[in-house]
Write a protein that binds this ligand. Structure first.
Ligand code: 13P
Length: 251
């Protein structure tokens, strides 16, 4: 089996304006240019995607969107389609827990977005994760397995898929999952892929997200089923994000 290339992806969420986003990627580029063997991804807000993509053109850092529409065009106020993004981005986060919670995205909608992205040649990063209530009830593994299966309904482009396990209780709290918890859950995600597409299970990258920083990234990435990190807060600081890239490069 070929080694899975590690991934460090920064989800900037609704942070940075065009100017500060450009400064951030220039600093990341400077600090991380010597680290290879890792897929480096930044996901700026839509308003910054074209200028960030231009600034990173020909570099080792790739650009992703934080969301895409499942629809090709039409009366969808405020939405952005894959054809508008194609050429600027290589990845798109779909089904982030913040969009599931605040924008009413269901797993069925997430599956449509993942398929639309893959059809446009954009690699979807499909996010799943349980909240604290589900974890406390002891249902985390079952819940996430079902959520992932539903978020991949009809999905067939296994080469382009990345999965991100992001427990809601660990996002932005400073309290990451333990490496044991993260391993157990990323393994469960991989087993879902094994069920849907046995031949793809050992090549699809599965990331962990939720309060990842330079202090916990090595232990998390040492786990056999964790192939990298989807990073929020720490992706907004060039030095910290570059440390994550360095750690993944050495993993
Ligand atoms: P934090 O790294 O800020 O916890 O955010 C994680 C996340 O939601 C990335 O998508």
């Amino acid at each position: 089996m070929a080694k899975r290339v590690p991934v460090i992806a920064g989800n900037w969420k609704m942070n940075t304006d065009v100017e500060s986003g450009l400064k951030l990627v220039k600093d990341i580029l400077d600090l991380s240019k010597d680290f290879s063997g890792v897929d480096k991804i930044v996901c700026p807000p839509f308003i910054s995607i074209t200028s960030v993509a231009q600034a990173l053109s020909g570099s080792s850092i790739q650009v992703g969107a934080q969301n895409v529409s499942a629809n090709p065009d039409g009366a969808f106020t405020g939405e952005v389609s894959t054809s508008m993004l194609r050429g600027f981005i290589s990845y798109a986060i779909v089904g982030h827990s913040e969009r599931r919670a605040m924008n009413g995205e269901t797993s069925a909608m997430v599956a449509e977005k993942a398929i639309a992205a893959a059809n446009a040649g954009i690699n979807p990063i499909v996010c799943v994760g349980e909240d604290l209530e589900v974890r406390k009830a002891g249902n985390a593994e079952r819940y996430v397995a079902k959520q992932l299966e539903e978020s991949l309904a009809g999905y067939t482009d296994w080469d382009s898929l990345i999965v991100a396990y992001e427990p809601v209780w660990a996002i932005g709290t400073g309290e990451a999952a333990t490496s044991e918890q993260a391993q157990q859950m990323t393994h469960a995600c991989r087993e879902v892929i094994r069920k849907l597409a046995p031949e793809a299970a050992d090549s699809v990258r599965v990331l962990y997200g939720g309060s990842v920083n330079s202090g916990n990234v090595v232990e998390l990435m040492d786990q056999p089923d964790i192939d990298g990190a989807l990073v929020g807060g720490a992706s907004l600081k060039a030095d910290e994000f570059s440390k994550l890239i360095a750690a993944a490069s050495a993993s």
